[in-house]
Design a protein around this ligand. Structure first.
Ligand SMILES: *[C@@H]1O[C@H](CO)[C@@H](O)[C@H](O)[C@H]1NC(C)=O
Ligand SMILES: *[C@@H]1O[C@H](CO)[C@@H](O)[C@H](O)[C@H]1NC(C)=O
Ligand SMILES: *[C@@H]1O[C@H](CO)[C@@H](O)[C@H](O)[C@H]1NC(C)=O
Ligand SMILES: *[C@@H]1O[C@H](CO)[C@@H](O)[C@H](O)[C@H]1NC(C)=O
Ligand SMILES: *[C@@H]1O[C@H](CO)[C@@H](O)[C@H](O)[C@H]1NC(C)=O
Ligand SMILES: *[C@@H]1O[C@H](CO)[C@@H](O)[C@H](O)[C@H]1NC(C)=O
Ligand SMILES: *[C@@H]1O[C@H](CO)[C@@H](O)[C@H](O)[C@H]1NC(C)=O
Ligand SMILES: *[C@@H]1O[C@H](CO)[C@@H](O)[C@H](O)[C@H]1NC(C)=O
Ligand SMILES: *[C@@H]1O[C@H](CO)[C@@H](O)[C@H](O)[C@H]1NC(C)=O
Ligand SMILES: *[C@@H]1O[C@H](CO)[C@@H](O)[C@H](O)[C@H]1NC(C)=O
Ligand SMILES: *[C@@H]1O[C@H](CO)[C@@H](O)[C@H](O)[C@H]1NC(C)=O
Ligand SMILES: *[C@@H]1O[C@H](CO)[C@@H](O)[C@H](O)[C@H]1NC(C)=O
Length: 417
């Protein structure tokens, strides 16, 4: 096994997620007026020492993250605006802002993490709270405009730690209480909408489009809660259908990619009314499925799908997310099942094809699926053989009756002769 392979296996093995990939909304206020507002998804990658080696923890900024009102500030004459977000036991992310009157920028990015959190940092060699700061961030926008960057952008924050923001909308020094309608779009997003850079001219001959990958293999994935019991169970085949700009072909291509269960690492989280399953394939593809429980109706559904893909042929990492979906509906205490292939549309450039799905995101007991609730397509498809069978039985009956009548007639015929 190559060292890089061993390392990536190690990294995948310790991939930990303490929340969802959903965007969080953060606001800093003085009195009634908002001065900083941010909507973003953030993921962290932190390398730390164990007693014998080093490990990398990967996790997302959880939904439950909160603005720390006591350390955040709108700034004064002598101090700068400061957004501090806290999450988990003693973790924090800080963004300091500065302006020169016409532009504002993120002057520094601070990350504080607590190595005592064994959920994120298993086997950490120390229990320190570590603070790292990066002072050249490169997020800037015109005053009175919203900074927008949908594309994932990665920032290294000191030794071995990095933050990736996606789906970011941010404004500081706000003239009114909501994000300005005018936007300053980051260069990565501009690259997606405009022509590709001509400097990236490929010298090789364009590769042929990959042949369709066939039906994906069915994988079994489970998420455990803190006390080690399985809280989410899924068995399914998954296929990604992604449209992106291909560097080698110099055009937008639609590619089908199957998730291989043996190359996929699993993480996720379970909360009373939401549960998520995060599948990572070879560190370049991360797919997150979020299920929501409606405790009034005792029904659950797949409400959010997020994909982060950083494939070698892409001009920029691909990020797509939709958190208002309504798929795979079932009842609490049951599992959802669908043998038929389904296409789950997420955004125009990304859809997810599912094959032979059985999933139970809530109330899993004894590590097994509860009674399944079958999807409508399966029920319809099951009806077809029943209808055909009934039709055949009817036909046999008609033939039999006809035969009996015919026999009786011919019998009667003999008697008259
Ligand atoms: C803030 O809002 C409250 C109620 O909306 C209002 O009574 C109060 O005067 C406002 N304060 C300021 C400083 O605008
Ligand atoms: C890990 O340990 C090495 C040497 O033992 C040290 O140089 C490095 O700074 C440590 N890294 C962290 C993140 O503590
Ligand atoms: C770090 O985590 C430990 C264990 O979760 C907790 O007891 C401690 O208070 C945390 N430290 C800070 C500064 O929050
Ligand atoms: C971050 O930048 C702000 C604004 O320039 C500054 O006030 C603050 O002291 C900086 N923080 C750190 C930790 O460098
Ligand atoms: C602010 O900084 C930008 C870029 O460094 C510069 O182009 C601009 O002139 C500056 N504005 C002022 C008012 O200094
Ligand atoms: C931003 O908007 C505020 C209020 O509308 C205005 O006073 C200020 O001059 C504007 N700043 C710039 C740089 O346009
Ligand atoms: C990519 O295609 C565009 C038009 O479709 C063409 O103008 C451009 O030269 C091509 N770039 C390369 C590197 O082939
Ligand atoms: C594990 O924790 C969950 C709630 O977090 C609880 O419902 C369940 O009973 C616990 N299971 C065991 C075996 O302790
Ligand atoms: C993939 O998506 C495209 C539209 O984006 C659609 O035309 C195509 O049929 C899809 N392919 C599969 C196999 O789902
Ligand atoms: C995963 O399985 C596929 C086929 O089932 C195989 O081609 C591939 O080499 C396997 N990968 C690993 C890392 O075992
Ligand atoms: C939960 O279900 C009830 C009853 O079907 C419905 O009225 C309510 O809007 C649902 N709540 C959410 C948050 O969807
Ligand atoms: C995407 O991959 C490239 C090279 O493999 C790496 O340099 C870059 O940081 C990755 N981007 C993200 C957002 O992970």
């Amino acid at each position: 096994m190559k060292l890089s392979h061993a390392l990536s296996v190690l990294i995948i093995a310790w991939l930990t997620v303490i929340g969802h990939t959903q965007a969080v909304t953060l606001e800093v206020k003085t009195g009634n007026s908002t001065c900083i507002k941010a909507e973003l998804s953030a993921s962290f990658s932190i390398t730390y020492n164990t007693s014998t080696s080093t490990k990398t923890a990967k996790f997302f900024l959880p939904d439950s993250s909160m603005v720390d009102a006591s350390s955040s500030s709108c700034g004064t004459d002598s101090s700068s605006p400061w957004l501090v977000v806290v999450f988990g036991p003693g973790h924090a992310l800080g963004l300091g802002f500065s302006t020169n009157g016409s532009l504002y920028s993120v002057a520094n990015l601070t990350l504080q993490y607590n190595l005592s959190d064994t959920l994120i940092f298993p086997d950490a060699g120390s229990s320190d709270v570590v603070t790292v700061v990066s002072s050249s961030v490169g997020i800037w926008a015109t005053m009175n405009t919203t900074y927008r960057c949908e594309s994932p952008s990665n920032f290294s924050v000191g030794g071995g730690a990095s933050v990736t923001f996606s789906g970011m909308r941010l404004e500081a020094y706000m003239p009114q209480n909501d994000l300005s309608a005018t936007e300053s779009v980051c260069t990565a997003d501009q690259a997606i909408t405009t022509a590709p850079p001509t400097t990236a001219a490929p010298t090789t001959t364009p590769v042929a489009p990959p042949s369709p990958p066939g039906t994906p293999e069915r994988g079994t994935y489970s998420v455990n809660n803190i006390n080690g019991s399985v809280c989410l169970l899924a068995r399914m085949g998954l296929q990604l259908n992604v449209s992106y700009f291909s560097l080698s072909q110099n055009k937008t291509v639609t590619e089908l990619v199957n998730l291989s269960p043996n190359e996929t690492s699993v993480s996720g989280s379970c909360e009373p009314s939401s549960a998520s399953l995060v599948l990572t394939q070879e560190q370049v593809t991360t797919l997150s499925l979020t299920f929501t429980l409606n405790s009034t109706s005792n029904r659950y559904h797949l409400s959010g799908i997020t994909l982060l893909a950083n494939w070698s042929d892409m001009t920029a990492p691909f990020w797509a997310s939709n958190t208002s979906l309504d798929y795979l509906r079932s009842t609490l205490g049951r599992s959802y099942m669908c043998n038929a292939e389904q296409t789950l549309a997420v955004v125009p450039t990304f859809s997810l094809n599912t094959f032979r799905v059985q999933v139970q995101p809530f109330e899993v007991t004894t590590n097994q699926f509860a009674t399944a609730e079958e999807c409508q397509i399966d029920q319809t498809q099951m009806l077809i053989p029943i209808i055909v069978g009934a039709a055949l039985a009817g036909l046999v009956l008609i033939v039999l009756i006809a035969y009996l009548i015919g026999r009786k007639r011919s019998h009667a015929g003999y008697q008259t002769i």
